[in-house]
Design a protein around this ligand. Structure first.
Ligand code: AMP
Length: 217
């Protein structure tokens, strides 16, 4: 049994990767590395990298592989990754998966498991367009399936909730197309390496239970 839990969460936007990541972190001391969050922080800080990423993110396109892989490479060297990590939303292309393999090899580490969150398209679109995020603590809500107790306010920290600009119907649809074209080939890639665990479920608690079973095996 591996002592490090080095995980990749793979799935279309809206598949529940962020929600399940937060639930896993309540049980395991892992670093949560969401490339979407890292990129949004660069955009908010107005860095050169953020300026390059901004328009691509707004239109639902992918940011170039080298830029994202560079961010992940440096993030993986931080102390909080020692017990393991969840890569949430990275890799998203086969080229990124190869860059990740190189980066892990250089660090003397390897992936334990790649979890594919398989969710039907209609559910993804419904979830994305109804998703709400907290400005304060990054909690995730959904107007339809998991509304906050008070409209527009986070139950956990009281900060205002907002809708991500790329969660509009039009951009959500292009993000799904990008997923099928550029990210789905990764399923084959990781299946061949024997690291893939596919979980077909729309319930985050069921996904969590199945994932923990697999980790504790
Ligand atoms: P997410 O929060 O994971 O849905 O990502 C939001 C946006 O950030 C995506 O639509 C892409 O524009 C960009 N992004 C996040 N992760 C990656 C990645 N691994 N490769 C390229 N672009 C990414």
């Amino acid at each position: 049994m591996s002592t490090e839990h080095n995980l990749v969460f793979l799935g279309a936007p809206g598949a529940g990767k962020g929600t399940v990541s937060k639930q896993v972190l309540a049980k395991y001391p892992l670093a949560h590395i969401s490339t979407g969050d890292l990129l949004r922080a660069e955009v908010a800080a107005g860095t050169e990298l953020g300026k390059k990423a901004d328009a691509l993110m707004k239109s639902g396109q992918l940011v170039p592989d080298e830029i994202v892989a560079g961010m992940v490479r440096s993030r993986l060297t931080r102390d909080d990754c020692k017990a393991g990590f969840i890569l949430d939303g990275f890799p998203r292309t086969v080229a990124q998966a190869e860059l990740l393999n190189d980066a892990l090899k250089a660090l003397g580490r390897k992936l334990q498991m790649v979890v594919y969150f398989k969710v039907p398209d209609e559910m993804l679109i419904q979830r994305l367009t109804a998703r709400l995020n907290c400005r304060g603590c990054d909690a995730i809500y959904n107007k339809l399936f998991m509304p906050p107790k008070v409209e527009g306010i986070c139950d956990k920290c009281g900060s205002p909730l907002y809708q991500r600009s790329d969660d509009s119907l039009e951009t959500a649809k292009s993000r799904l197309q990008v997923f099928y074209k550029q990210t789905l080939p990764l399923i084959d890639f990781y299946e061949k390496s024997g690291q893939l665990l596919t979980i077909e479920s729309t319930s985050s608690s069921e996904i969590l239970t199945r994932l923990i079973e697999a980790l504790e095996k």
